[in-house]
Design a protein around this ligand. Sequence first.
Ligand code: A2P
Length: 293
Amino acid sequence: MKHPVFKLNNGVDLPAVGLGVFQSGEDGTVDAVKTALSLGYRMIDTAAAYGNEAYVGQGLRESDVAREEVFVQTKLWMSDYGFDKALHGFDRSMKNLGFETLDLYLLHWPQPKLFDLTIESWKALSRLLDEGRVRAIGVCNASVDQMRKLTDATGITPVLNQIESHPYFAQAALRQAASEIGVLTQAWSPIGGISRYKGDGSLDPLNDEVLVALSSKYDKTPAQIILRWHFQNGVSIIPKSTNPGRIRENADIFDFELEASEIAAIDALDRGERAGADPDVASVQYFGRVIED
Ligand code: A2P
């Protein structure tokens, strides 16, 4: 089944569900990409910082699907921020992927304390867009104010903002404000995998009674209910899995529809507490990660 698409603010189509590969290693990434493409996925999210761009490119080349049929996005890491460094970081990612052009290039974190560098990096991404080396550019973990500043500096508004979003930290207000300036929201950790790293597991939305009840009603798993909720809220999703059964499950969400009251019930699970890194403090030092050639 062909997946539905979201229309980005520059007219490019983004398949509504993509494969995430955060923390997928070499074999895991190659196999997950091949499995996903064979099951109808046409979108993949990676990042320079994940260290697996080369395996994404390899998986795509070893699949039966042509490069131009797949929407691939990757991200510039903070140690490559700055105009010239960003262009160099892009070349490194393209070499790793083995691609001529990229579908979407994203700034990984906004770095509010070094925002001038973020703006210089955004100017470099705008240059890549002008040159036709990328089809679209966007951001991750950004506020509306930060996105406006990037637009003011270049005339180019990000096509999307990839943020932590799952039932316990939905970020509905940010999503709404972003949509008012034409920016699509894309959820990272869409089924709340990041919450499971915390505490005793009681924060896992997959065990939430509201989601478990809807799972029985629709004969879908709690993960599918969550992914469908994102989709009906107009949110792009990139669930990570290296398990073939779960890769299949995560895209099998287009044959049922949640009622408005059910969407509202899931919206109401929001605790307003992030599980992942805070964009205000995320920096090269925070993650202790520098990417080198
Ligand atoms: P695995 O790769 O073994 O499937 P998120 O993208 O929200 O952070 O979630 C990713 C985490 O959730 C990974 O640990 C992944 O493990 C697991 N996962 C992915 N899909 C499902 C699913 N359909 N049901 C349960 N767990 C899942």
